[in-house]
Design a protein around this ligand. Structure first.
Ligand SMILES: NC(=O)C1=CN([C@@H]2O[C@H](COP(=O)(O)OP(=O)(O)OC[C@H]3O[C@@H](n4cnc5c(N)ncnc54)[C@H](OP(=O)(O)O)[C@@H]3O)[C@@H](O)[C@H]2O)C=CC1
Ligand SMILES: Nc1nc(=O)c2c([nH]1)NC[C@@H]1CN(c3ccc(C(=O)N[C@@H](CCC(=O)O)C(=O)O)cc3)C=[N+]21
Length: 285
């Protein structure tokens, strides 16, 4: 048996096709959705992610507002760009690419973002609303995981889900999303303090690997037929390497590849947050 591929490229394309129709409707009302990005410094990975986000935006008619600052930028300079985007009516939602260069206070920058323009769903108010069950933009990577699993008919209602990692981008918010009534999963978050990781993953119907430890999820850790999402990103000998060992494909029922799984979904759900912000600005929701 070999696992069904949870194809993030194909699924992201479907999400974008739906968004393109919504962008069309907005254009008829005279609104062109705008995605802003703030990139500070010259980390090559961050540059690549930001370019991919703008390329995806262009595919469906979303306007790009691309702000760049040198690694030497001060806290005040970064916050001034944030204020500029808060005030810009052409920018419906935006993100500050993390991590910021050393010396800059990320929390203070994130707090200054107008929550109504939060594209990442990682604003402190957005995360608070998620905890409280209020409507809010959802964090893109965890939301992408949920949309991908649903697309392939993986049952979440009542499922045992083990998330490896409690990071703020993936593990922590994924636990919040999956434990809502609408998803209704039983969630376990594992981390470096977990005593017997394999004992947890072996019981899981769904394993989400979001630790950034190359090939840490091996076939013996997976229940036959389980769905496995490979989210973690590391580089080994210059090559993108996920958290899931390739032989897991022989045990799992469903497996999201990396690249080609959750990555493209993350970008598609980011665009969803932008379109929804523009729809709110146009009075459509
Ligand atoms: N493909 C995609 O679209 C995306 C991929 N990513 C990737 O996903 C990963 C998670 O990101 P993020 O949520 O920011 O989390 P962080 O990178 O901030 O944290 C990693 C988490 O993994 C845990 N962890 C590390 N090693 C182990 C281990 N050996 N056993 C169990 N748990 C471990 C850590 O535990 P502890 O808390 O105890 O330190 C921590 O909770 C990263 O690799 C990131 O690059 C992120 C966003 C999008
Ligand atoms: N606040 C914050 N938000 C993030 O969203 C965030 C972050 N911090 N820190 C770093 C990680 C990493 N990350 C990725 C986004 C897209 C792909 C992606 O699109 N990957 C493609 C292409 C990968 C390639 O070929 O390089 C794929 O998986 O197919 C991957 C990884 C977001 N992150």
């Amino acid at each position: 048996m070999t696992a069904t591929v949870l194809d993030g490229w194909a699924t992201a394309k479907e999400v974008r096709a739906d968004l393109a129709a919504r962008v069309e409707k907005l254009r008829d009302l005279g609104v062109v959705p705008g995605l802003g990005t703030v990139l500070v410094g010259d980390d090559p990975g961050s540059h690549a992610y930001v370019s991919m986000k703008h390329r995806d935006s262009a595919l469906i008619g979303i306007n790009s507002i691309d702000k760049r600052l040198p690694a030497t930028a001060t806290q005040a300079e970064v916050e001034a760009v944030v204020e500029e985007l808060n005030a810009d009516p052409a920018c419906h939602a935006y993100l500050v690419q993390l991590p910021l260069p050393k010396g800059l206070d990320e929390f203070r920058v994130l707090q200054r973002i107008d929550q109504a323009k939060d594209a990442d769903g990682l604003h402190p108010l957005s995360l608070g609303k998620l905890v409280l069950g209020e409507p809010t933009p959802l964090p893109c990577t965890p939301w992408g995981c949920v949309v991908l699993l649903r697309r392939f008919g993986v049952e979440l209602n009542g499922a045992e889900v083990v998330v490896v990692g409690r990071g703020i981008t993936v593990g922590r918010p994924l636990g919040l999303i999956l434990s809502r009534r609408s998803e209704n999963s039983t969630v376990t978050l594992c981390h470096t303090g977990t005593r017997d990781l394999a004992a947890h993953t072996r019981r899981a119907d769904v394993v989400v690997a979001a630790a950034g430890v190359p090939h840490m999820i091996t076939p013996d850790m997976v229940k036959p037929g389980a769905a496995v999402l490979d989210v973690g990103v590391a580089h080994v000998d210059g090559k993108l390497t996920g958290d899931v060992h390739p032989n897991v494909a022989e045990v799992a029922g469903f497996l999201s590849p990396n690249p080609g799984g959750v990555g493209p979904m993350t970008r598609a759900l980011l665009l969803t947050n932008v379109v929804e912000a523009a729809e709110r600005a146009a009075g459509l929701r």
